[in-house]
Write a protein that binds this ligand. Sequence first.
Ligand code: SF4
Ligand code: SF4
Length: 111
Amino acid sequence: MEKLISCCGLNCANCDARIATINNDNELRTKTAATWKVQYGADITPEMINCTGCREAGVKFAHCAECEIRNCVKSKGFETCADCEKLENCEITKDIHQYLPEALLNLKSLN
Ligand code: SF4
Ligand code: SF4
């Protein structure tokens, strides 16, 4: 379970992209793409909904593969931002943790 907390603190276990991927569920891929398209204002197609999780081996959703937070965590040799002394005053994670405070709580629960 711990490994399903992403670098930034999201719970990949609850992510529809991961659930659709591990179940090869095309209906959920279509639904998730439509939801994310509106939510993120980006051109997201069902074919793009493939991800095994931020810290799991395997395919990544496009954004997660090039995520600045994930790249920062990896470059520092950390597991997640929970390993970083800047956790609570990081300019890179500031926006996501403001928007999704549960992600910060998930990270704190790892320490
Ligand atoms: S890394 Fe993948 S499974 Fe985790 S939140 Fe991002 S899209 Fe979902
Ligand atoms: S600097 Fe920010 S993004 Fe990078 S590991 Fe630390 S908390 Fe995470």
